[in-house]
Design a protein around this ligand. Structure first.
Ligand code: ATP
Ligand code: MG
Length: 236
């Protein structure tokens, strides 16, 4: 379980939020949604240790992370795919995946289930990362995070700029791995239908606060959309 309590976040002197709290439950898929610029990616950076915080608690499996280096958070089993998926363009698909294995020692090998989840990565193993389509790069980025065998997988807008058929494949893969391995997943999304389709739990975030939270089944898409839009018309 990951618990964020009353944290703030700063870029330089600019404060993005000052009292954010979220709970990410084990074995569940949780979606954090909200309009552009409300601080969703910043919330993920708080979890990874990539942004400055001065207060609050970030607790993962009973360990306090807030002052821990990002690298050590990854070692605790938190996998992170940042927005815009930064795969290595000049190395092959296979090499990209093998980079995820470095922490596991010399004889580690990319597990077969990764290629079952994303068959295209097997087919294109020898292609350069940069020659894949955006959707294929996103699949590669997710696969590379999975190779590290995380207990919590964090994805920042995996559907951004991707064609619908691949969005569907990605959603299916995430649901499958969550079901089969009980991997806990936290996804930031703006694409509401995708979020409602895959998430067990949903948070709607506005500037630094959470407007809606709970089981996805409690909310219809109209209700979630209204929570996002209402605030829009009030102006930020
Ligand atoms: N490196 C940075 N330096 C300064 N300000 C930043 C930085 N990154 C983000 N911000 C600002 O912090 C605020 C929150 O940004 P963030 O990227 O967390 O939003 P978001 O909800 O992920 O938006 P989007 O949906 O567009 O990805 C925005 O006002 C943004 O301009
Ligand atoms: Mg973002």
């Amino acid at each position: 379980m990951l618990s964020i309590r009353n944290v703030d976040a700063y870029y330089g002197e600019s404060r993005i939020f000052d009292d954010l709290s979220l709970d990410i439950l084990d074995d569940k898929i949780t979606c954090l949604i909200g309009r552009n610029g409300v601080g969703k990616s910043t919330a993920l950076k708080v979890i990874m240790g990539l942004v400055r915080t001065t207060k609050g608690r970030v607790v993962y499996n009973n360990k306090e992370l807030r002052k821990m280096q990002p690298y050590n958070r990854v070692k605790l089993g938190i996998g992170y795919v940042p927005q815009g998926r930064d795969i290595f363009a000049r190395t092959t698909v296979q090499e990209n995946l093998e980079l995820g294995l470095i922490a596991q020692g010399k004889n580690a090998k990319v597990p077969d289930y990764i290629y079952d989840l994303f068959p295209i990565l097997k087919e294109f193993a020898k292609r350069k990362g940069g020659d894949l389509s955006g959707g294929q790069q996103q699949q590669l980025a997710i696969a590379r995070a999975l190779v590290m065998n995380p207990g919590l997988l964090i994805l920042d807008e995996p559907t951004e700029g991707i064609q619908p058929s691949i969005i569907k494949d990605i959603g299916t893969a995430i649901k499958q791995i969550n079901k089969e391995t009980r991997l806990t997943v936290l996804i930031v999304e703006q694409y509401l239908d995708f979020a409602l389709d895959i998430a067990d739990m949903i948070y709607v975030m506005d500037k630094g606060k959470v407007l809606i939270e709970g089981r996805t089944s409690r909310y219809g898409s109209d209700e979630v959309q209204a929570a996002m839009l209402n605030h829009n018309t009030e102006g930020a």
